[in-house]
Design a protein around this ligand. Structure first.
Ligand code: CDP
Ligand code: MG
Length: 726
């Protein structure tokens, strides 16, 4: 286990000491500062791409609910004491002493920027304070989070603190709702149906420092809205110091600083770069566990797959060590984790045991787990990146920024002095890491956002008041794609198709696929496929010790080389035929929770079909009709096989490969349409289906010409025989 010398290595430093403004915090005085023109700080954070879809259900807390439960309380003495304990706990949070001052500032100013380090109580307390102060009498208090999992977890906590049941709603808003936690993307969509957001009295755009695409767009829309709604309060809250930038943007809005409590953090670096950071992280966990004093461990990994791998290996190794070591409680946390399991990370660690939390970036600022004393930071996160030239989006593991590294280290020093083990060298830190992360708007596909803005009647996108404008090239590319999908006409105006597409909280290509399915009479199948694709890559379960079984089970759905989309459809339909059985999922190596989520999304898509007046029709026997509908949305993602077994994308030629997990990875059809590209060791197409090249010209004559799809080789060889593997 002796890999790092945990006690002597590394720089001893307080990562925050050099940041003057933090010292202001340490002095324990709240300050209400007026926006300055001083633009020396700009901390932008990594955005973890955990969700393929902005979830359609919000977490709401209803007033009715509240009264009922409270009137019952006197009888339920046990519940009351739990509630009282939570109330006591609320008073220990760093934000509590500033409650009245904060409410006074909200009362005084329409826009307020609130800064306070993670864990000070911004997300859970401020909406409750506002409720207690009576703001919910005039309308809901809405609070946005960049991530679905954070919104749900925080809402669950707040409902506990308030002693009320948590509600979930789809789309329509109940009159009774007092607090609503949602993703920023959800609020953005809500503006489509409620442009003035009349039902809200206060909006809190939380975790603003993350600078997600939706948050940035909300900024622009809300800045405009507050001019018309003088009664609407807007709070922008952030964990970091880029508050001045927000303040400047919102017309020198005052900044309310919540003094933090912080302990020194000792930072350790590795002496040499680590080849395998997961392995290095695991070894470090075990080493901390056997050599270091009590305190929980937080490990930052890049996604669900890595977390599951690390979870398995850790379980295996600790089992091997048996009773030689104290109990190690392993708690994974990532987007698709069921809520019951999420709750586990917040449970206090039993005496004598140690908890290790395996988390994505979500634990960097969105979630605070008490009791963390050790942080292991491999220095990576998953980042979406976009090439406006080719229009290609990829998700890749990328070194984090220095600002992120600081934030991660700080997670260990919340309740006492902490230690952070960075699995990279000090040299890497200085040379390979950027100071700050680029805001998402500058590195993403904007098609979705452009469609939303167009639906809101905002036509002049170039002059939209962006806090940081996107590259013009990316805007043009988005317009181009929406035009290709027939969502916009030549004048850049929204078409009927575009209006229908905008109803779906999905990427425009998925929405187009759904709208197009009307023509091929297969909307039933297509919404299933859209729902399954939206769940991400967590449908199939492939445990390390049963890979062969799992692969065989998976290949059953691919019989006839129907392609990955149809395979997903078969998975869903088989599950439905078995009455949504959990047992069936186990037997077929399918992740039941992903299926449940797909079912939820599918139900909601079905409701939306009605809204756009598309009938639910099934056409299961005509696979070509289904594939054609897929192609109607995804024709810009077509690729043609090359002699060496790789593919060239048709429109903007680029070399790509079929992902090994695809059912077509060994089949290599001549022409394919793919769902997405992921860059790992190579540029891989994920979720691939064979297509007939003539469909491209038929479906998108404005996009493809005959010469693009001419295929001299296929004339000599019958289709399907062209398995070029030379
Ligand atoms: O938003 P901010 O980072 O300022 O703090 P918060 O999320 O409101 O967290 C305040 C406290 O609530 C922390 O001590 C968390 O541990 C606790 N909390 C919790 O127990 N369960 C949650 N789901 C969320 C927060
Ligand atoms: Mg928060």
């Amino acid at each position: 286990l002796q890999r790092y010398n945990l006690d002597s290595a590394g720089d001893k430093m307080n990562p925050f000491a050099e940041q003057e403004a933090w010292e202001e915090h340490q002095m324990g005085k709240a300050s209400l500062k007026y926006g300055s023109k001083n633009k020396n700080q700009s901390n932008d954070y990594e955005y973890v791409f955990e969700d393929k879809i902005d979830f359609i259900r919000d977490s709401v807390i209803d007033g009715e609910n509240l009264d009922e439960l409270h009137s019952e309380l006197p009888d339920k003495s046990k519940e009351k004491s739990a509630l009282e304990m939570l109330q006591e706990e609320r008073k220990t949070l760093p934000i509590y002493p500033y409650r009245d001052e904060l409410l006074q500032a909200v009362n005084e100013y329409q826009v307020l920027v609130i800064v306070g380090e993670t864990g000070s109580g911004k997300t859970t307390q401020i909406p409750q304070y506002l409720h207690e102060a009576g703001y919910t009498k005039q309308g809901k208090v809405g609070c946005t989070q960049p991530r679905r999992v954070a919104a749900m977890s925080v809402a669950a906590r707040v409902s506990q603190e308030m002693g009320v049941k948590l509600g979930h709603e789809a789309h329509c808003t109940s009159e009774k709702t007092i607090l609503k936690y949602m993703t920023d993307g959800m609020l953005l969509r809500e503006i489509l149906s409620e442009p003035n957001l009349e039902s809200y009295s206060v909006l809190m755009v939380d975790e603003a420092h993350e600078r997600t695409l939706s948050t940035d767009i909300l900024f622009g829309l809300l800045k405009d809205l507050i001019k018309f709604r003088s009664d609407l309060k807007l709070l922008i809250s952030s964990a970091t110091l880029d508050a001045e930038k927000f303040s400047d943007y919102f017309g020198s809005a005052p900044i309310f600083k919540i003094p933090g409590r912080r302990y020194p953090v000792e930072i350790h670096y590795t002496k040499a770069p680590e080849a395998d950071y997961i392995d290095a992280a695991i070894v470090t966990v075990l080493q901390i566990h056997v050599t270091q004093s009590p305190g929980d461990i937080l490990v930052f990994l890049t996604g669900q797959e890595e977390i599951e791998t690390a979870d398995e290996i850790l379980k295996h190794r600790t089992r091997g060590l048996g009773s030689k070591i104290a109990e190690l409680i392993i708690c994974p946390i990532y987007a698709n984790l069921p809520t019951e399991l999420q709750a586990k990370i917040f449970e206090p660690t039993p005496e004598g045991a140690r908890k290790v939390v395996l988390a994505t970036n979500i634990a960097e600022t969105s979630l605070t787990i008490d009791g963390i004393k050790y942080v292991i930071d491999p220095g990576f996160s998953k980042v979406k990146s976009y090439n406006p030239r080719t229009g290609m989006e990829s998700l890749l593991v990328h070194p984090i920024s220095k600002a992120s590294a600081m934030q991660r280290a700080g997670r260990s020093g919340r309740t006492g002095p902490g230690k952070c083990f960075r699995l990279y060298t000090l040299h890497n830190y200085h040379k390979d890491m950027d100071d700050n992360t680029v805001p998402e708007i500058q590195r993403t596909n904007l098609a979705n956002v452009v469609l939303i803005l167009k639906s809101l009647g905002i036509d002049d996108l170039v002059n939209f008041d962006f806090i940081d404008p996107p590259p013009e090239e990316a805007l043009l590319k988005a317009l181009e794609l929406l035009f290709a999908l027939s969502a916009l006409n030549k004048l850049g105006e929204l078409t009927k198709v575009g209006r229908r597409m905008a109803e779906f909280p999905l990427d425009p290509m998925l929405s187009k696929m759904i709208v197009a399915s009307d023509k091929d009479k297969c909307s039933d199948e297509i919404i299933t496929i859209a729902a399954m694709l939206s769940v991400g890559n967590s449908i199939f379960y492939r445990p390390k010790d049963k890979q062969v079984h799992a692969d065989n089970a998976r290949m059953n759905f691919h019989l006839g080389n129907v392609g990955d989309h149809i395979a997903l459809l078969r998975v869903y339909n088989s599950w439905r035929e078995c009455n949504y059985s959990t047992q069936w999922c186990y037997e077929n190596y399918i992740q039941v929770r992903s299926m449940k989520r797909a079912r939820d999304i599918r139900d909601q898509l079905e409701g939306l079909l009605e809204r756009v007046e598309i009938e639910v029709t099934s056409n299961l026997n005509d696979l070509d009709a289904i594939k054609k509908a897929i192609t109607s949305g995804f024709f810009p993602h077509s690729a043609k096989l090359q002699k060496n077994g790789s593919y060239w994308t048709v429109k903007h030629p680029q070399r790509v490969h079929i992902h090994p997990s695809s059912g077509l990875a060994q089949v290599l059809p001549r022409w394919v349409v793919y769902h997405e590209l992921v860059l790992t060791t190579k540029e891989y197409m994920r979720q691939v289906t064979e297509l007939k090249p003539e469909w491209l010209v038929e479906i998108a004559p404005h996009y493809y010409q005959l010469k693009d799809v001419e295929d001299p080789i296929s004339k000599k060889m019958p289709r399907g025989a062209g398995r070029a593997k030379e």
